[in-house]
Ligand binder design. Structure first.
Ligand code: ADP
Length: 251
């Protein structure tokens, strides 16, 4: 397709009197990696939940692949990959059993499913983990498996909400490398929500979100130019008025 894979137009969402999204517009092009960057409480998860169809916005429009959740939800979900913030693998099953179950939900089975699992596992360099129980995997490896799982239906758009939470810096870097490899090989679009500046350095475009508003979008170079700085951290401070948060490695 040539139009945007995700188009938010003036999307609004409130929790009671708390306006979490105050009219957000954002387009993601095919094959584009967009980093949604902002401090905690900025509205990233709310935007993510609207984009993944978990709830409808109070106002504005959300279209994925040119379709709306109100009448084409199942057609959208067939083409969407989602990685939620909280871990969601069954710890007592093997990696392969987790992946097979998810593939079956998408109507995949037999040799075709095995091929999908092998291809996605190769991209994420987790082939040697496939037959292990999930419980024995590190947090970083579980995250990689969750992304492999999200790729099984060969999505046109991959949504990831703070996928590196709790991971150490080396694993976080590896995640970034793998995500770019996926995009390069499959031309999948990616929305990566994060509060860490370093994670959007290699995005094609950054959307800066503060207090429910996207205050600026642009390539990393454009964001730095707009702030008159030569690095993204200073640009973030200048444009958002907040200090960047540092990663807490809990693994
Ligand atoms: P982020 O993901 O950037 O941390 P969120 O989308 O989680 O931001 O939150 C945006 C705002 O909405 C915050 O003020 C938060 O407290 C509020 N919020 C988020 N989820 C809920 C909820 N389920 N009920 C009430 N308020 C919420």
């Amino acid at each position: 397709m040539t139009g945007p894979v995700l188009a938010l137009n003036d999307a609004r969402k409130s929790y009671g009197s708390n306006e979490a999204l105050k009219g957000v517009s954002l387009d993601i092009a095919p094959g584009e990696i967009v980093g949604l960057l902002g401090p905690n409480g900025a509205g990233k998860s709310t935007l993510f939940q609207i984009a993944s169809g978990l709830f409808a916005p109070d106002g504005g429009e959300v279209r994925l692949f040119g379709m709306s959740y109100s009448d084409r939800a199942s057609d959208i979900l067939k083409r969407l990959g989602v990685v939620f913030q909280s871990r969601s693998l069954d710890l007592d099953m093997s990696v392969r059993a987790n992946l097979k179950f998810h593939g079956n939900l998408f109507g995949l089975s037999g040799e075709a499913l095995k091929q999908r699992i092998d291809d996605a596992a190769r991209l994420f360099e987790v082939t040697d983990l496939i037959d292990k129980p999930v419980r024995t995997l590190s947090g970083g490896n579980q995250r990689r498996i969750e992304i492999v799982r999200a790729l099984l239906n060969d999505p046109g758009l991959l949504l990831m909400d703070e996928p590196s939470t709790g991971l150490d810096p080396t694993t976080r870097k590896l995640l970034g490398r793998h995500i770019r490899a996926v995009r390069d090989e499959r031309n999948v679009s990616i929305l990566w929500a994060t509060h860490l500046v370093e994670e959007v350095e290699h995005a094609d475009r950054i959307a800066l979100i503060v207090a429910g508003r996207i205050i600026r979008t642009g390539t990393p170079a454009e964001i730095m130019a707009a702030a008159g700085t030569d690095n993204l951290t200073d640009a973030y401070i200048a444009l958002t008025g907040t200090k960047p948060e540092v990663a807490l490695a809990a693994e």
